[in-house]
Ligand binder design. Sequence first.
Ligand code: ADP
Length: 644
Amino acid sequence: MFKKILIANRGEIACRVMRTARRMGIATVAVYSEADADALHVREADEAVMIGPAAATESYLRADRIVEACKATGAEAVHPGYGFLSERPQFATALAESGIVFIGPGPAAIAAMGDKIESKKLAHAAGVSTVPGHLGIIADADKARDIARLIGYPVMIKASAGGGGKGMRIAHDDAELRDGFRAAAGEAKSSFGDDRIFLEKYIERPRHIEIQVLGDTHGNIVHLGERECSIQRRHQKVIEEAPSPFLDEATRAAMGAEAVALAKAVDYCSAGTVEFIVDRNKNFYFLEMNTRLQVEHPVTEMVAGLDLVEWMIRIAAGEKLGFAQADIRRRGWAIEARVYAEDPERGFLPAVGRLVRYRPPAGDGVRVDSGVYEGAEITLYYDPMIAKLAVGGGDRGMAIDRLKDALDGFFVSGLRHNIAFLSAIAGSERFRAGDLSTDFIAEEFPGGFAPPASFTAADRILLIAAAIADAATGTGAADRVVLLDGAPHRVSWREGAYTIDDGGDAVCAASDWRPGQNLLRLRLDGRTATVQIEALPARTFRLAHGGVVRRAQVLSPRAAELLLAMPAKKPADTSRLVLSPMPGLLTSIIVGEGQEVKAGEPLAIVEAMKMENVLRAERDGRVAKLCAHNGDSLTVDQVILEFE
Ligand code: ADP
């Protein structure tokens, strides 16, 4: 077994790999960029080597620097994590040439699966069912139109070199195809330096279900069952679970057999994932194979009861798989939710900032994989994931209940994050019913994620929490009025119990909350609920529970009477302004001063996290003034242009 390994990655996955290495008695070496000098993965490693500036192309993507770091520290093997160099065959080759072991599959298998077109051809030849489409490179938009008509709309436009949902567009007709082809090719060029595009049938309302495989260097390959990853936004996973609530034994076995056949066809060793989309009739189609550890691997580890990183290391050291397909047992249910620094209320745009508070939950069946600490910074340079929260339970219902509680208890402040959004999904009837599809988020949150307009069961809890917090802050138990997002609710105190004037019963709520604490646990209606709380000035609190986030201002009944009699102030009119929806680079202003534009026409392009975001006119009008220039770095809400 190796004595020392290097982890060519950062963030949660670097920390997660080190945890297993440490347990196996293997010393660890971290590499880091200038921006990551204070990162958790650097702190947790036995040794750390600085490999370059913040930009990944100058640090985490520099194979030569990583080889040098191995030589300097005497690391015998490299775990690449996911992303960065994990699926670059040249990296595996460069390591081998220096006598360093790559903890992953061989370069030939990586190369064979690295290209979406080539891997589909290979899968087809291995008897794996693939999405109907055209497995050739498409020269231009006219050719694309002819092929799309042949396949039949809707079609999916994809970049052959694609990954991370980049360079992917859906087209329902010729016009969408023309726009989508251009956009996909542009995005593919800027993200991968390769603008080869192909088309396939767009499968409507599919589920994303993938099979985890594990092979050794002695020709043994098994699969560890499936994960369902249908909860996605922008074609990227947000919530994953194992097993899938959709599969029956026969489909599971058939998918597992095809995944193993594909892995065998490329002499696969190490951990890998074969991704499929599955239609309503349980027809499944191969999407791609990821020749690395997957972000969502913890759910498989939790139900299969093994450590995938440990097996990757053992296999790389030449050990045989210690079990056969028939030995694999899966127990219970596991669900993972990805906590991102992003703004669900603004189209899931990435957010940056400092984690002023970072308090992950803990407890039975709760696993948090994270690469941050309180006070750490989430920057524009890398993936905006804060943590992965995985929970296990005896069955799916228990796992969902645990997930809801754990999310209520996951406190993050200082930047925009998606925890309330994850709670809203976990708490939805449709999620509980297991009625999933990759369109789940678009269908359940059609106007984007926003606080519910109506008074919900969670609001009852928030009202009581506001009353308890206000009482504990000094006013004592008394009647009060709580303005919940501005709407007044009377909360009365009678003989040791609170009553809300909504016709409901009096609730006797108890909590030992003290000012300064971020979680208020209260017992109510015989169960415990956790409310996230931040005190703001003037008897005001920001409260969150079950995916509902509100501002609660507490008033005495007398003050409420006076305040509510005053006319409301009008909010400032910003409808004439086009604001940057995110921090990013203004790559192009499409319109000029004095130009007439129609609603829907493109105005400007802002690039953030390598994604092009086209800002379009919300209404007809004439451009009065340009307030920013091509090449400007924009802050969120910076004015780009003004309409007359
Ligand atoms: P990437 O490698 O960029 O992540 P994938 O090919 O793995 O791209 O696809 C990502 C997601 O896009 C899938 O999980 C699925 O939701 C959606 N998708 C991809 N291809 C199709 C298709 N042909 N029809 C419907 N949805 C698709």
